[in-house]
Design a protein around this ligand. Sequence first.
Ligand code: ATP
Length: 230
Amino acid sequence: MGDLAGGVGVYGGTFNPIHLGHLRAAEEVMERLGLARMLFVPSARPPHKQDGDPIAAPELRLSWVQAAISSNPRFQADSLEVERAGPSYLVDTLRTLRERLAPARTVFTLGCDAFREMDTWRDPKTLFTLADFAVTTRPPRQRGGLKEWLPEGLANAFEIDEDGRSARHREAGTRLLLLEITALEVSASSIRQRLREGRSVRYLLPEAIHDDVIASGCYGGAPRATDGSE
Ligand code: ATP
């Protein structure tokens, strides 16, 4: 994994809203791979998220990301998807970032749930030639490794190590790594559900955005007092 040291991590997501699972995953990937920094890239119009749940405005999600990471000098937010018109395709984002970040390596970071669905993303074959990929575990625990999780049709492009934790793209030379990280069973959808039900989301959301997310009323449920006075 040493060859990615000094690279720049890119953590994409809807961040609807950003939560402690995202922050801890980014921190562990950065530490394990020796990355110089991690860019958080909120997706403006995610082509994938169509579960009917409300999605807060892109500028608002970006501002929550900025506030949530502000105490960590090695975490940065990037607004390129929020500023770009049309759907947020990762392939466009990686083309732009790779050019901007070179000669540093671009290490796209995502959870295994998202990774397993990558054949539904735009131009998945090209995606893996544009960046290295760090895939993190995410609860609930799932059996298998890269061999089982690489979507069909993409596996042939890679030489996969015996242990299923590391692979190399045969043509592009880019790396694919599976990293076991601390399991934090928190998701944006469970936070939204709690908010709809008027339940506590403290210690699931970063402290810096807790009050603002509730006050926004974005996820239903009446905005409510957060000082325990209810
Ligand atoms: P939702 O519940 O709305 O689907 P989410 O919690 O999965 O949202 P996203 O913004 O869609 O959050 O996720 C961005 C990335 O963060 C994805 O690659 C996802 O796998 C990863 N991720 C989200 N939560 C965790 C977690 N608790 N642990 C590890 N990775 C996570």
